[in-house]
Design a protein around this ligand. Structure first.
Ligand code: PGA
Length: 299
């Protein structure tokens, strides 16, 4: 009967080639020394040449032994790659993806997640949309897989990937006197009743920074805690504001006038962020790859 080298024998041989010691190899594989010696003898008999030389207590590989050690490594590398790709396919069949998004990201995050979930129907997805404070707390506690933010935290070790543009545009009601004006100087907006997002909003910070850069003091007429409230207030003629263009995705283009103002749009970005120490799951990595592979803009 023809005999074959077994994986177990190759595994033992690999350990001996690595440790240059029968004792250490047997410990590493939880085998007894006689088992290791016997399997090595069988392996040598099978290949028909000596693989190991023992000089005193020292172990050396013969030339054939070294050749076999290289072949064995290759076999194990191939098997490792195979196991990894199986695990990846399994992960993408039944994994989980926990996503957290800052408030304004709610205009596009569900759609992205929906498209991704269609590609991988076995994956359980969850999305929490919340404010900056809670997002930062969750990153600090390493709770979710990925975070979608307009401004990566500066005081935490995170891996940051820009995923798409986030232009901040000045919005007014379509019948606003400035609706058709060109090159409106930023100064001209001081006389307009300005509607402002709440303190802590990334949109608000970006707007305040832009006005400060031009040394213009902006005095908001009203503070409103959400993009939708601001949009309603604009349409009710209460004032103008600047919001992420993504907040317009659900609207007909003519519902708001986008004013042509100096210094706008403010060019911001959306980022996918995760804590630097976190090992991304196969699913989270696939979602990130999916975000990066998307060519078309969302708004
Ligand atoms: P926000 O959006 O204004 O809802 O905080 C996040 C950001 O743009 O940074």
């Amino acid at each position: 009967m023809r005999q074959y080298t077994t994986f177990r024998q190759l595994e033992i041989f690999d350990a001996i080639a690595h440790f240059k010691s029968f004792t250490k190899a047997s410990e590493a594989l939880y085998l007894t020394q006689p088992t290791v010696s016997m399997q090595m003898k069988k392996l040598s008999d099978m290949v028909g040449v000596p693989l190991i030389e023992q000089v005193g207590k020292k172990i050396h590989l013969t030339e054939d032994g070294r050749e076999l050690a290289r072949a064995t490594r290759e076999v194990f590398d191939i098997m490792d790659r195979f196991s990894m790709s199986v695990a990846e396919r399994q992960g993408l069949k039944q994994g989980q993806l926990r996503l957290m998004a800052i408030s304004t990201a709610s205009y596009f995050a569900p759609r992205l997640l929906g498209e991704f979930a269609k590609l991988y129907p076995g994956i359980e997805v969850s999305l929490r949309v919340t404010n900056k404070e809670q997002v930062l707390a969750s990153i600090a506690n390493n709770l979710d897989d990925l975070y979608l933010l307009g401004q990566p935290p500066l005081d935490m070790e995170v891996v940051v990937t820009p995923i798409m543009d986030n232009p901040i545009v000045v919005l007014a009601a379509p019948d606003h006197p400035l609706a058709k004006a060109k090159n409106i100087p930023l100064k001209a907006l001081v006389n307009e009743p300005w509607l402002m997002r709440e303190v802590g909003s990334g949109t608000r910070t970006a707007i305040e920074r832009r006005f400060a850069e031009h040394e213009i003091a902006l005095r908001p007429r009203m503070e409103l805690g959400s993009n939708e409230a601001i949009k309603q207030a604009i349409l009710s003629g209460l004032g103008i504001s600047a919001l992420s263009q993504h907040t317009l995705v659900m609207h007909q283009p003519e519902q708001f006038a986008v004013l042509d103002v100096e210094g706008f749009p403010i060019h911001r970005q959306w980022y996918a962020v995760y804590p630097a120490g976190r090992q991304l799951s196969v699913v989270a990595r696939a979602f990130l790859d999916y975000l990066l592979a998307r060519a078309e803009p969302i708004a």
